[in-house]
Write a protein that binds this ligand. Structure first.
Ligand code: AMP
Ligand code: MG
Length: 311
């Protein structure tokens, strides 16, 4: 913790090192590869919102940052999920590189994979399923790994031997893990780390229990249509996504039950006007960079790191 605190404070010095330059160069190649893959598949990039009256509440207990916006309480985006659905009014498939702030528990500094400010590649497609999004994720991840493999000088500096994978990645229903891990909802960070370490390939966990995730996942056949991609070697989750609940009545009932419907007035108005069913996911850019570079801690994959618990 102390060494991370020092490194973050001295970022203006360590950003000049060959090691840091190699990581940021790989990140640059990664961002190009993400864009290239999606543009070739008809995805249109939209600019991400930074602030708004409400944001994604499904962030596993992390705090949301609020500030005064002309006399109204506004939030800094924790993800742009609500806005991705709006963007589908313009295009069938959209993506953004979306800056997010999540005030994660100070203790998450020890997971090695939590920042308090990070970027997500956020994408969404109308009329698609979880299965189709997992197929897309398989292709996207493999495409990026192959693009980064070209950075042989940078990978050498980092001592990273990047594996090759052949998709499709394994897909594991959440219910099959429940007994093995004695879990009911989200997989706790340590258990996810152990699962990740025990695997030599990326794998998906899909179909989460009802009530375990944000209100915007659709419920079908007694489960939430949601999935995560877990990278191997202990690096853990890099993608979360799913199929969306798009029907006004269902969302209104869920938000009423929580007593927060009034906060989501623009969103509910949008659902009332009608939006298409959709599916999509978010991929953490710094998390994926950490994996590609084989970094112990995620702070190194941010040029200007904001780390939980370190102001
Ligand atoms: P979520 O929908 O909350 O799982 O977020 C989508 C993706 O964003 C995750 O799969 C991660 O790759 C990334 N992410 C979420 N929270 C953080 C964080 N605190 N620090 C870095 N990346 C994060
Ligand atoms: Mg997640």
């Amino acid at each position: 913790m102390k060494s991370i605190e020092d490194a973050v404070r001295l970022r203006y010095l360590n950003i000049r090192s060959d090691r840091s330059r190699a990581i940021l160069k790989i990140q640059h190649v990664l961002i190009g590869a993400l864009r290239e893959f999606l543009a070739a598949r008809g995805f249109c990039q939209v600019l991400a919102p930074v602030v708004g009256p409400v944001t994604d509440p499904g962030i596993r207990g992390a705090g949301i940052a609020h500030f005064d916006f002309y006399g109204t309480s506004y939030t800094i985006m924790s993800s742009m999920i609500l806005y991705k659905q709006m963007a589908l009014g313009a295009f069938e498939s959209v993506f953004s590189l979306s800056p997010n702030v999540r005030l994660e528990e100070a203790s998450t500094v020890d997971t090695g994979r939590h920042l308090a400010e990070f970027y997500q590649l956020d994408l969404e497609s109308a009329r698609k399923s979880c299965q189709e999004m997992m197929d897309l994720g398989d292709g996207l991840v493999c495409h990026c790994i192959e693009a980064v493999r070209e950075c042989s000088q940078e990978l050498d500096i980092l001592g990273r031997d990047l594996p090759s994978f052949s998709p499709p990645f394994k897909r594991i229903a959440h219910r099959t893990l429940e007994e093995e891990l004695s879990i009911q909802g989200e997989i706790p960070f340590e258990k996810e780390h152990d699962l990740s370490r025990a695997s030599s390939e990326p794998f998906w966990v899909y179909d989460y229990p009802v009530g375990s995730r944000g209100f915007y996942y659709i419920e079908r056949d007694g489960t939430l249509k949601s999935m995560d991609l877990i990278m191997p070697e202990g690096f853990g989750e890099v993608v979360s996504g799913g199929e969306r609940e798009y029907r006004y009545e269902q969302v209104k009932a869920l938000l009423d039950r929580e007593g927060v419907a009034h906060e989501y007035s623009w969103y509910l108005d949008m659902l009332k006007a009608g939006i298409p069913p959709s599916a999509g996911f978010g991929l953490g850019v710094e998390r994926f960079t950490r994996y590609l570079c084989g970094l112990d801690h995620i702070w190194e994959s941010s040029p200007f790191p904001k780390v939980p618990g370190i102001p």
